[in-house]
Write a protein that binds this ligand. Sequence first.
Ligand code: ADP
Ligand code: ADP
Ligand code: ZN
Length: 217
Amino acid sequence: MNLILLGPPGAGKGTQAQKIVERYHIPQISTGDILRAAVKEKTPLGLKAKGFMDQGQLVPDDLVIGIIGERLKDPDCNQGFILDGFPRTIPQAEALQPILVKLGKSIDHVISIEVDPEELVRRLTGRRTCKNCGAMYHVLFNPTQHEWMCDRCGGRLYQRDDDKEETIRTRLKEYEKQTAPLIQYYKSKNSLRSIQGIGGLDEIFERMVRLLDTKPR
Ligand code: ADP
Ligand code: ADP
Ligand code: ZN
């Protein structure tokens, strides 16, 4: 099962992707995670990406297209994959097509998670992530038992640098300008399905599973 998760920052793509990984045993490919790791390691990719990410702007298309082109070749993608945070622009979506064709793959589901902007700001300002295992939490909506400590592995939680209110506003604007047009793009190819992203984590996952377990159009 090859899947694209679309949605604004804070919609719950990463949270739902982690649940899909557990149930369907296919890898989550998050361009954001790959870029953050590159920034931390100060690789050439990380050095190029850092300034854009700190500002809340999108990283240039050629960099992320390169990442995806390489990652999809890995053998763990043969049973399927979840693209979380890619594509994020029309040129990225257009570049994905020939990459997939070359690898003999195609996309089965494009799912858009819909959440209104005020809720997104609340979600992003309270987001916490485990440094060790990547589990995602929220100070109010999905708190851990002990502050700053992961329930799953005991690792330390951190707050992302770009989850500050000012940077969040820029990211939401970037989303409207560059990523929202993808909804129409996939709609016109008859391959988009939307789910309402408000509700409990498990409730939303149930909506997701219902779509994933029905035959794609
Ligand atoms: P969120 O989960 O909040 O939407 P991500 O972790 O997906 O955030 O992305 C964090 C940052 O990484 C983005 O603001 C952007 O700078 C960069 N990034 C991630 N994916 C892409 C992409 N496909 N194209 C361009 N930039 C990207
Ligand atoms: P994205 O990957 O789309 O940027 P995340 O999965 O990182 O979004 O979720 C953003 C924040 O919102 C996290 O702190 C997460 O715990 C929280 N969150 C995710 N889903 C929900 C939900 N259904 N209700 C409330 N908070 C949620
Ligand atoms: Zn953890």
